[in-house]
Design a protein around this ligand. Structure first.
Ligand code: GDP
Ligand code: MN
Length: 304
C-alpha cells in the first residue's frame, strides 16, 4: 500500500516539559566536530536518557582533520547502531560535511583563541551550527542539546537534569581538568567564558563601536567587566542554583526546540555586536526567551 501523501504534525502535541522521559520527548543532540575524541563518544553512550528518543547530528569540516574525524565517528556509529544492545542504539544519526572552508586551518587551542582570529572563526562556527540546526530540526523535536565534540565528561543524567529546570535555554558550567604542578595533583579550572551577564562597561564599549565590530569575552585587551558564570561556581553550593545569563557558550547548552522554531539562530554577523552563541542568546532574548546558567552544575572540556 502507498503511504499517505501528507504527514500531519500538531506542534501543540509535541510537549517540552520538565519530565521529558515520562512524556517520551525527542531530543536532538547537535555537535560541530573538527576532531573526534573517544571520551566524547563514551560519555555520550553513558547518557541515561532513552537512546531511542535521541537523534544525533554532526557537522564536520572537509579538511584532512575533518576527514579523519569522520572516519573515526563512522566507526563508532557502526559499532553502536549495528552490534550494541538495543538500548544503546540511538533513534537516528545524521552526519553533514561542511560545504565551506574554515577561515583558518590551525585548530590548536593557543592559535584559535588569538583575538585577531576570533571574528572569522566564530562566524564560520555560526554558519556550521546553523547548517546543522536547519537540516536536522524536525517537527517532533522537543529539545536541542548543543554539545561540543571536546566535552568529554558530563553527569550521565545531563539531559534530564537540565530539562528539569524547564528553561528555554539552560547552560551548565564548563570546566577543564588539568595537572596542577604547584599542588602536584589533578585540579580543575573554568573553560567556557561565553556564559556571562552583561555589564555597563561592555555596553559602553559596544556603544562606541562601528557597526561591524564585535565584543569578545576573555581578552585582557578588551576588559568588559561582565560577570562570568565560570567564576560563580562555589565549593559546596547547590547544584541547582540558577543565574540569568545574557551571553551563552555552545560547549553544552540545552534549548527548547520552540526557541529555534521561533527563528533564534547563531548570527554569523555582528548582532548587537555579538556573534555565534553569544549572538544566539541575544536573539533568543529579543524573541522573549531568557537564558539561564547553572554555575554549580559542571561538565568538562578536553585538555589539549
Ligand atoms: P573552543 O573550545 O571554544 O576553543 O572551540 P573549539 O575549537 O573546540 O570548537 C567548538 C566546537 O566546534 C568543537 O566541537 C569543535 O570540534 C568544532 N569545530 C571547530 N572548528 C570547526 C569547523 O571548522 N567546522 C566544524 N564543523 N566544527 C568545528
Ligand atoms: Mn572546545
Amino acid at each position: 500500500p502507498k503511504p499517505p501523501p501528507v504527514t500531519r504534525y500538531n506542534l501543540n502535541n509535541v510537549t517540552i516539559s520538565p519530565s521529558p522521559v515520562e512524556n517520551r520527548e525527542n531530543v536532538l543532540i547537535l555537535t560541530p566536530m573538527a576532531r573526534f575524541y573517544q571520551q566524547y563518544w563514551d560519555n555520550l553512550m553513558r547518557l541515561t536518557y532513552p537512546h531511542e528518543l535521541i537523534t544525533l547530528g554532526f557537522i564536520l569540516p572537509k579538511t584532512k582533520e575533518g576527514n579523519a574525524a569522520t572516519t573515526e565517528l563512522q566507526k563508532q556509529i557502526a559499532k553502536t547502531q549495528k552490534s550494541s544492545p538495543e538500548r544503546d542504539r540511538f533513534k537516528s544519526i545524521i552526519i553533514l560535511r561542511q560545504d565551506f572552508e574554515p577561515p583558518i586551518p590551525s585548530q590548536d587551542e593557543g592559535e584559535r583563541h588569538k583575538m585577531q582570529n576570533q571574528k572569522g572563526r566564530r562566524a564560520a562556527m555560526a554558519k556550521a551550527r546553523n547548517s546543522l540546526l536547519f537540516t536536522t530540526l524536525g517537527p517532533a523535536t522537543s529539545w536541542v542539546l548543543w554539545l561540543d565534540a571536546d566535552i568529554i565528561e558530563t553527569p550521565p543524567t545531563l539531559i534530564q537534569d537540565l530539562a528539569l529546570h524547564d528553561k528555554p535555554l539552560v547552560a551548565p558550567n564548563c570546566f577543564q581538568r588539568f595537572y596542577n604542578a604547584e599542588k602536584k595533583a589533578m585540579d580543575e579550572r573554568p573553560y567556557d567564558f561565553n556564559n556571562w551577564q552583561d555589564s555597563p562597561t561592555a555596553q559602553e564599549l559596544a556603544a562606541k563601536m562601528g557597526p561591524d565590530d564585535i565584543l569578545l569575552e576573555g581578552y585582557a585587551d578588551m576588559a568588559t567587566y561582565r560577570a562570568l558564570m565560570a567564576y560563580m561556581q562555589g565549593e559546596d553550593d547547590d547544584q541547582n542554583m540558577e543565574v540569568p545569563l545574557d551571553g551563552v557558550g555552545g560547549t553544552a547548552l540545552l534549548v527548547k526546540a520552540d526557541v529555534h522554531r521561533d527563528g533564534a539562530m547563531f548570527p554569523a554577523f555582528p548582532f548587537y555586536h555579538l556573534i555565534e552563541t553569544e549572538g544566539f542568546a541575544r536573539m533568543a532574548k529579543r524573541l522573549g526567551w531568557q537564558a539561564t546558567g547553572l554555575p554549580n552544575y559542571k561538565v568538562y572540556h578536553y585538555n589539549e
